[in-house]
Design a binder for this molecule. Structure first.
Ligand SMILES: [Ca+2]
Length: 85
């Protein structure tokens, strides 16, 4: 998958879930729960980590920041795996 396609998929997934209630620009707590269950079933995430400004909504900037942090953690895991190989 090209990186540009992956980035587009991230935005598409965010908006698919954010559009489930009245506010299509943010994820409610319930929308976050559904997104994580459907799209990241193997990763346990606390809602408070996603809602960085604690306004009870997760906007695309907060979601993107979370994915960046997750990517950094996954990169560390990959690096450790390569060291031990
Ligand atoms: Ca927020």
């Amino acid at each position: 998958m090209a990186l540009e396609v992956a980035v587009f998929c991230i935005a598409e997934i965010f908006h698919k879930h954010a559009s489930k209630d009245g506010d299509k620009d943010t994820l409610s707590k319930q929308e976050v729960k559904q997104l994580l269950e459907e799209e990241m079933p193997n990763i346990k995430v606390l809602y408070t980590i996603l809602d960085a400004d604690k306004d009870t909504k997760v906007d695309f900037i907060e979601f993107s920041a979370f994915l960046m942090k997750l990517g950094m953690q996954m990169n560390k895991v990959l690096a450790l795996g390569q060291q031990s190989a």
